[in-house]
Design a protein around this ligand. Structure first.
Ligand SMILES: [Ca+2]
Ligand SMILES: [Ca+2]
Length: 219
């Protein structure tokens, strides 16, 4: 992870007004120079450098991205930013950023990516799941809301992805980002909405999501 922080320095806390990303270089697996160029350009929109002696493929992009969270500890409402934004006043997070998750973007989501992700009722990914045929790269509301809305309790992620789950439709409400599978949201913010006392009344509240492929360790 290039730079993430659970709590910004006081100087920046609730005072981030814009965001600009520096270019980044990822190491890709490639068979030869042409393969390196293809993967870098097509998957990452980057500029490839192939080192023949070491048979290494470097891909320079400017495709960092960030989740700006309103609350400390990667919690609360959030905006997912994938391009420079000089003035955040138009974003959900506005000037209230308190913590930041950064990532290196991969290419666009394709059908094969969707096969690597499942959103499931029940824990351990063992219950009924939303899978590739029902999923899209992002959904502002879940399909068949009476069946799935506020009922996702675990996630399966195979591979290098960031999946951001949101409490409310249209990517609003509290947001939690997952880089790995999580077999029970019972101890996660996105699985603990509506709590009254202790664990009483807590339930999952996932109502929308975004999938972001990440760069840097693809094969
Ligand atoms: Ca804040
Ligand atoms: Ca919800």
């Amino acid at each position: 992870m290039p730079f993430s922080t659970g709590l910004l320095d006081p100087e920046f806390d609730n005072n981030v007004q814009g965001i600009r990303f520096r270019s980044a270089t990822a190491t890709l697996s490639a068979n030869d120079e042409g393969d390196c160029q293809n993967k870098c350009e097509e998957n990452h929109g980057g500029i490839a450098t192939w080192v023949d002696i070491a048979r290494e493929c470097f891909c320079t992009t400017s495709q960092y991205g960030a989740i700006l969270h309103k609350d400390a500890g990667y919690k609360g409402e959030a905006s997912i930013i994938t391009t420079d934004i000089p003035d955040l006043s138009g974003e959900l997070v506005e000037y209230e950023t308190s913590s930041i998750t950064t990532f290196l973007q991969g290419g666009p989501v394709n059908t094969a990516d969707l096969e690597n992700i499942k959103l499931c009722k029940g824990t351990d990914g063992s219950g009924v799941c939303l899978t590739s045929t029902e999923l899209a790269s992002e959904m502002s509301s879940l399909p068949s809301p009476s069946v799935w809305d506020d009922k996702i309790e675990s996630i399966v992620i195979n591979g290098n992805y960031l999946v951001a789950l949101f409490e409310r439709v249209d990517y609003k409400g509290k947001c939690q980002g997952f880089f790995d599978s999580n077999n029970d949201f019972g101890d996660d913010p996105i699985g603990r909405c509506g709590c009254i006392v202790g664990n009483w009344g807590c339930h999952s509240c996932v109502s929308s999501y975004k999938i972001i492929p990440l760069a840097g360790s693809e094969n």
